[in-house]
Design a protein around this ligand. Sequence first.
Ligand SMILES: Cc1ncc(COP(=O)(O)O)c(C=O)c1O
Length: 398
Amino acid sequence: MNHNQTAKKQGRSTVAIHAGYDTDPHTGSLATPIYQTSTFVFPSVEAGARRFAGEESGYIYSRIGNPTVQVLEEKMAALEKAEAGLAFGSGMAAVSAVLMALVKTGDHILGTQGLYGCTYGLLNLLKQRFQVEYDLCDMTDEAAIREHLLPTTKVIYIETPINPTMKLVDLGMVAKVAKEVGACVVVDNTFMSPYLQRPIEHGCDIVIHSATKYVGGHGDVIAGIAVGPKTVMDEIRMTTQKDIGGILAPFDAYLLIRGLKTLGVRMDRHCENGQKVAEFLHRHPKIAAVYYPGLPSFPQYELASRQMDGYGGIISFELKGGLESGIRMMNSVQLCKRAVSLGDVDSLIQHPASMTHAVIPAEERRKMDITDGLIRLSVGIEDVEDIIDDLDMALSYA
Ligand SMILES: Cc1ncc(COP(=O)(O)O)c(C=O)c1O
């Protein structure tokens, strides 16, 4: 695929639409063609051997690279200001391929206190099966990070905002500490999308997305992305991606490329709606607490304003009536859908303690401040008055 050489100088929405693909030279196709092929024909035996030896560029087999998937990888790398990208069959395939490429038995991973449930599950699997040690710490506190670093710490793994508590981590601060000890900083940027936050600009090394969320945006594909230095991405492509095989299908890559074309307008609307819904919940007499980085009462409002280009569409909140009221409320919504996942054009509401974070033992959840009454709302891009009316109606049953 042709490379859009000017992408770095362009705005975020232009990059999302144009990076990684110029008009198809064979047909003039404006839309990215779906190369639905498992394998590629070599012009000669010698050329095939050179491709396998890495001496000649060219496609080999779609588990190692595919032209449609490559457009997505280049687009995401351009958006995140990274050298290279890789696409995977799910966000968890991306997380596991990256972590398993970076650590070996005896190494240590330091993660944020508060992680997506399956990422927490993966850390436990790596510990139990492969003796990769891990600790979680409060990364809002630089001293706590320094206290938990070990000589064997190879990776500092961050979510910010943390799912689902919305606490933020100062990316620049963590990158600085990591440089001092030679650790690699991996950031799960799913909640923000590259439109609102680019961790590599703050000195972090590798960025991961569950592209299932804002990147796709329409709730119709499961996918993952990792971007970072070319040497590291090349290594992952030829090891944990190729040999474990969690790759993305060309059609799914096409859906994500299509989704990215509207990333800017979608994210602007998610932010606008998120702010209004958070303000509504904040004022509501039945609500005990609202966690949304765009509220001036949010403890890390200043960091949010400095680090992020918008406050996003995810809100967590608790009702004064606790879990029982929350369940009544969630069972009463009609427009908002009771479903896990986030970042879709549809508003989605879920209960982390019994759903996305149920795999984390109750005691650990408490340390992460994931209370049993916490509700997570992913504000969609419907007319915001309709979302607020639905929540207002549901709260009257709480
Ligand atoms: C923050 C975060 N990271 C990673 C994942 C995993 O992504 P996927 O479901 O695409 O495997 C999720 C899924 O909800 C998530 O919320």
